[in-house]
Design a protein around this ligand. Sequence first.
Ligand SMILES: Cc1cc2nc3c(=O)[nH]c(=O)nc-3n(C[C@H](O)[C@H](O)[C@H](O)COP(=O)(O)OP(=O)(O)OC[C@H]3O[C@@H](n4cnc5c(N)ncnc54)[C@H](O)[C@@H]3O)c2cc1C
Length: 492
Amino acid sequence: MNPPPPTTELRPASPPTSAKPARPATLPKSSKQRHPVFTGSATTKAPSRTRRAGHAPRPIVADALGALGGLGFGLTLALVVINETPGSLASPGGWFNAAGRLTGFLGSYLMLMMVFLIARIPWLERAVGQDQLVRWHRRIGGWPVIFIALHIVFVTLGYAKMDGVGPLKQLGIFVMHYPDVLASMVAFALLVMVGVTSYRIVRKRQSYENWWAVHLYTYLALALAFAHQVVTGAAFLHHPMSRTFWIAAWVGAALTVLAFRVSLPLIRNARYRLKVVSVTEEVSGVFSIVCSGQKLSRLAVSGGQFFQWRFLTRGLWWQAHPYSLSALPNPPYIRVTVKDLGDHSGSVARLKPGTRVFVEGPYGAFTHHARETNRVVLVGAGVGITPLRAILEDLPTTVDVTVIVRGSNAEDLIHRDEMAALVSQRGGVLHELVGSRHKVKLDAATLRRLVPSIATSDVYVCGPAAFTDHVTATAARAGVREERIHTEVFAF
Ligand SMILES: Cc1cc2nc3c(=O)[nH]c(=O)nc-3n(C[C@H](O)[C@H](O)[C@H](O)COP(=O)(O)OP(=O)(O)OC[C@H]3O[C@@H](n4cnc5c(N)ncnc54)[C@H](O)[C@@H]3O)c2cc1C
C-alpha cells in the first residue's frame, strides 16, 4: 500500500475499550459535559434494555403500491373514455366537454397521487426513502396545475358552444351561478400559488417555514376540488363505477393522511413522551440533544434514519425539522446532533432540560438494509458524519467496515472518539482525512488506495451537498456500481 498523502491523518482503529461492568447512566451536570450514554464505547450501553431493530424495507409492498397507482391512472383514463358516447361527442361543444372531463379527472388523480407520495406511508418511506418520494412528488407537481388549467379552458369552451354564448360570458355564468365552480376556481388559484412558491428559483428566496405554510393550502384546495367533483362531475354523478372509484380514491387519500401524518405520530408521542435531557456542544456550532422517553425499547428504528423534531417551547413549537439520529436509541435515551445553520438549528443550543419534544418518524432508507454486500465504506464530512455514526453501530458484525471522515481540522470531526471506539470494537478501519480539500484530495486513486476493495463494496455518503456529489462521482469512477452508492442529502 502506498503511503497516504502527507496531510492525511490516518488513524488506525485503536484497541477495544475495556469492558467494565456497566452502570446506569446519570444526567450530565453541565451542558458542556457529554452525555455518558452515547460515547460509542461498549461500557456505555448500560441503560439499554432490549432495543427493537428497525424494520427491513419490503420492496414488494412499495411495488404493489406503485402498481396500484398505475392501475388507478389506467382506470381514470378508461372511465372517462367508456363514459363518452357518440351522441355526447356529436352534440355542440361535445369534444371540448370530453377533453374537459379527461383533463379534469387526470388533474384530480395526479393531485391525489401527490398526496399519497407525501402521506408518510411507512412501507414507502422505508423502501424508497423520503427524499426520493419528495422528488417524485415534485416531478409530478406541475402536471395537475396544467391539466386543471386545460380543464377550465375546455369546459368553458364546451359549455359556451352548448349555450351559444361567448367563452368570457360563459366563464361569468360559471362564477355567478355555479357555487361549486367558484369554489373550484379558488382551489385552482391556491394550487397555482403553491406551484409558484415551490418553483425552484422562488423557493430558494423564501424561508422553509413560509413555503411549508403555503403548502398547507393544498389541503384546502383539495377539499374545494372534491366538492366541485361531487356536485358537478357528470361522470361522477351518473356512473356507478366512476362514483365508486372516485369515492375510494378521495376517501383513501384522506384516511391515509389522517392515519400516517396525524394519528400515528400522536399515538407514538403519547407512548414515548420525549423530553430534552441535555444539550452538549460537540464541536463549535454543533450540538447534541439527548432526550429521554418511555417505552423507547419498542421504537423500531435503523441507524441512518431521521425524525421530524418539534421542540415544544416558545418560538419553536410550530416548526418541525428533520434531524437524523446520531446514535441508535439507548433506552430510555435517544440523541440527535445538530449543526447551527439557521433559526431552528441555531435555537436548539438554548433548549432547556425538561422541554417536551414531539417527533414524527422514523423516516428514510439510508440504512444498512440498503446494502448489497458485506463490505461497507462510510464516507462523511461535517454534520453528515452523524447518521453514519448510527449506521456504524447498526451494521451486523459480519460486515467489514471502513470509515472515511473528512474535515479541515481534526477538531471539526464530529463524534470523533465515538467513531474511533465503534470502529475499533468491530475491527474496522478508520481514515481521517484532515486538511484543506485542495491539499488532501478525495479522488478515485485515493479511494482505491484507502479501500482496495472499494469496487465491490457498498458506499454510504453523507455531508454537504457538494461533498456528497463529489464522493458519489468519485466512487463511481473507482468502480462502485450506482445501486451500491447510498446517499443522504440534508435538504429536500
Ligand atoms: C433527511 C434529513 C436529515 C437531516 N439530518 C440532520 C442532522 O442530523 N443534523 C443536522 O444538523 N441537520 C440535519 N438536516 C438538515 C436540517 O434539517 C436543516 O439544517 C435545518 O432544518 C435548517 O433549519 P434552520 O431553520 O435552522 O435553517 P434555515 O435557514 O431555515 O434553512 C437552512 C437550509 O435547510 C433547509 N431546511 C430548513 N428547514 C427544513 C426542513 N424542515 N426540511 C427540510 N429542509 C429544511 C432550507 O431549505 C435551507 O436549505 C437534515 C435534513 C434532512 C432533509
